[in-house]
Structure formats: C-alpha cells, structure tokens
Ligand binder design. Structure first.
Ligand code: PLP
Length: 408
C-alpha cells in the first residue's frame, strides 16, 4: 500500500494566522461597527509600480501576436532579467555576481523551501529564533527536524539560535558542540525588523568557512536598508561566495506578492567537496520548475528602468515612513521597540509581563488594532509582538494615536 511522507503528520497546525482570524471574527461579531485597524499584515497594500504595469501590457501584446509569442522560457530566467539583476543589484554595489549565478523564480518562499532538495537529509539545521516559519517547516517535511514538542514549541533536531534583547535579536554563531551544516539567516529580519552589520555578518561567514557549513541568506527585505554599514548582500563579505546562497524577492520592494517573482544566487565558487552547488540547483530547477512567465519577468525587468527605480523607491519609502511612525509612537508611549529603521517590521516587548496572545487581545479589545503575536514565530518570540508598516498611512497614524492614548 502506498505510504505518505509521515513527516507531514508531525507538523503542528498552522495556528498563527487562523487563530488571529478567529479572534478578529469573534471580536467583530461582539462589537459590530467598531473600527479595526490591521497592522499585522506581512503583505503589501500599494499597487504595482506603473513601469511594471506598462511592461505587463506590452508583454501581453507580444504574447498575443504570432511573431512575438513565447512558449517555455529558460528555467533559470530570461537573460534580459538576469543581466539587469547582476548589473543593478550586485555590480553597481561593487559585488561581482554574474547572470549565470542567478536563478529567477516565482518566490523566495518557494526557493527557501525548495533549496533543501539539494542537501542531504543527514545535515543539521540551525535557525534564528524567532524565525520565518518556512525554514523550519520545510526541513521538518524533509525529515531533518526530528520530532515536534508542543510543550517547548521546538523540534528535537533543529538548532535554535536565540534572539534576545541582550543580542539585539541578532544571534551569534553557536560555539561549543558540533557546528550546524545548514544555517538560515534572514536580514533585515522578519519578524524582529533588526538588521545585521558587516562585522556581525563577517563572523557568520568566517564561521561557515571554518566549519564547512552553508549559509542560506534570505534578503527579501534588502530594499528597506536605510543605514550605512548594513550589508545589502552577503557577498559584500569576503569569502561569502564560497559558503552562501542568497535569496531576493520582488515582493516587498515592488509589490510583487501577488505577481510572483524572485531570484536566488548560487555562486560558482560555492562547492561542497568538489561538487559545484550551482550545478545541483540548476539540475533541480530544470527538472522541477519551468520558469517564471515572460510577462512577469518583463514586469520585474521594468523595476530596474529609471522610472521603475523611482517608483519602487517611493513604495518602500511609504512603508518605511509608516514603520517610523509606529516606532516613534510606541517609543513615546513607553514601549521597548526594535526594527522599523531598515525594515517594515516593528518588534515590541509586551508590557507588564503579558504573553504575546494576552497583548494581542488587549490591542484588539481595547484599541481595535490587530498585530501579530511574537510567539507565533518561535519560542523566543513569546512576550513580544510584531506590527508592520504595510498598512495605509492614515490607518497607521490612527493606530498610533490609539496606542499613545491607550484607547480608541
Ligand atoms: N522571506 C521572508 C523573510 C519573508 O518574510 C517572505 C514573505 O513574507 C518571503 C521570504 C516570501 O517572499 P516571496 O513573496 O518572494 O515568496
């Protein structure tokens, strides 16, 4: 009889967003007409940049004409897009990443989830805690995580690197004991909004090189970096091409969450033993993936046009401004806060020792604001809460007034 992948049965239910929806629905039923402001969302709200919309129209016309129609494209992405990425995102910043090291995809969620295909299930895995849950769940599906303990909220075989107030939610490499083989890092970070400095990231790269680990570096929020000294790419660090894979996305800089386009960099220099990892990822993608639609890749390419760059800059500034309003408001209301400067996310410590869910209920019942409980991102998120700059400016200001006044 056919057997299923029983690792799936070990996964706890995806409790976080369904529980938020349940509590919001119950609140709305009990308080009809009471206005709720949603500052918990991780999705963008502004429309696509005009340059991308125009590119979509042009590309759609090409697809509708026999002499310009295109069928399957290259699985790795069209050369026109890979060249623009190489030029603008890397060479213009002094990092030499060639188009052949770039794989265009339909999202960083897929890529960070699928990358495990090319690594042995014997590998040990380390994640920062709190964490973007995809890294943990996809390793659990592959059988690398061991068993889930609902008491601790941890998987037995995952190495959790604790983010805390002491380390500013930027954990250091684990010392003592065997070094993890696969290390997931995400900066600027979701959910804490913190950024990593060059010296901090250099420590990670040195560690990976010393121990033969691979760093899986998720830079989905790279466009939100505003401060000097914060690396935009892990390849700004000496030696990183020998130990790191980087994930980037058009979702949060250009509003592509529903349009779907991202890319992953697998440098030629990255070898495990004498096996080039680029060749493995290429094999994986050409076997299991048939490329991003031409129309979508044209939309992504338009992001790099002069108008596209202005328009995406404006989108990011809008969300960053919201994040700054939240950050300043929370500070003036006496909260302890992180993030919001190089990130659309603001992370706060719940007051008076409240749990994340108790604070969720307080925010909803008392202030009519929906945020995200930090405990949903891992055990070390307990006692913290995430707000985001992805709402409208007007709603963000209204929410911050409520927070400062302690009432609606
Ligand atoms: N990585 C992180 C850290 C994210 O927060 C998200 C989305 O919220 C993604 C990846 C997903 O990106 P994409 O829309 O490209 O799949």
């Amino acid at each position: 009889m056919v057997r299923i992948n029983s690792n799936y049965l070990k996964l706890p239910g995806s409790y976080l967003f369904s529980e938020i929806a349940r509590r919001v629905a119950a609140h709305t039923a009990e308080n009809p007409g009471k206005p709720i402001i949603k500052l918990g969302i991780g999705d963008v709200t502004l429309p696509l940049p005009k340059a991308s919309v125009e590119a979509i129209h042009r590309a759609a016309d090409e697809m509708g004409s026999a002499d310009t129609f295109r069928g399957y494209g290259p699985e790795q992405g069209y050369e026109f897009l890979r060249e623009l990425i190489s030029e603008h995102d890397f060479k213009a910043r002094g990092t030499d990443i060639e188009p052949c090291e770039i794989f265009v995809s339909d999202g960083s969620k897929s890529d960070t989830g699928n990358i495990g295909d090319i690594f042995s299930n014997e590998n040990t895995v380390a994640v920062c805690d709190p964490v973007y849950p995809v890294y943990v769940d996809t390793n659990a599906m592959a059988g690398r995580a061991g068993d889930y303990d609902p008491e601790t909220g941890k998987w037995s075989d995952i190495i959790y690197m604790k983010g805390s107030e002491e380390n500013g939610f930027v954990p250091e490499p684990p010392r003592g004991g065997a070094a993890p083989d696969m290390i997931y890092l995400c900066y600027p970070n979701n959910p804490t909004g913190t950024a990593i400095t060059k010296p901090q990231l250099a420590e990670w790269v040195d560690y990976a090189l010393e121990h033969g680990s691979v760093i899986l570096y998720d830079a989905a929020y790279e466009a939100y970096i505003t401060e000097e000294g914060i690396p935009h790419s892990i390849y700004e660090i000496e030696g990183a091409k020998k130990c790191a894979i980087e994930f980037r996305s058009f979702s949060k800089n250009a509003g592509f969450t529903g349009t779907r386009c991202a890319y992953t960099v697998v440098p030629d220099e990255l070898k495990i033993g004498d096996v080039p990892v680029n060749r493995l990822w290429n094999r994986r993608q050409t076997t299991k993936f048939n490329g991003v639609p031409y129309i979508v890749q044209r939309a992504a390419a338009a992001v790099y046009s002069p108008e596209g760059r202005e328009q995406t800059k404006a989108l990011v500034s809008y969300y960053l401004n919201n994040a700054r309003i939240i950050l300043d408001g929370l500070k003036s209301a006496g909260f302890k806060v992180w993030g919001g400067v190089n990130s659309p996310y603001v992370w706060l410590k719940t007051p008076d020792g409240m749990t994340s869910w108790q604070f969720f209920d307080y925010m909803l019942d008392r202030l009519g604001i929906v945020g995200t409980p930090g405990s949903g991102f891992g055990p070390s998120g307990e006692g913290y809460f995430r707000l985001t700059g992805f709402g409208s400016a007007a709603n963000t200001e209204r929410a911050v007034e409520r927070i400062i006044q302690g009432k609606i």
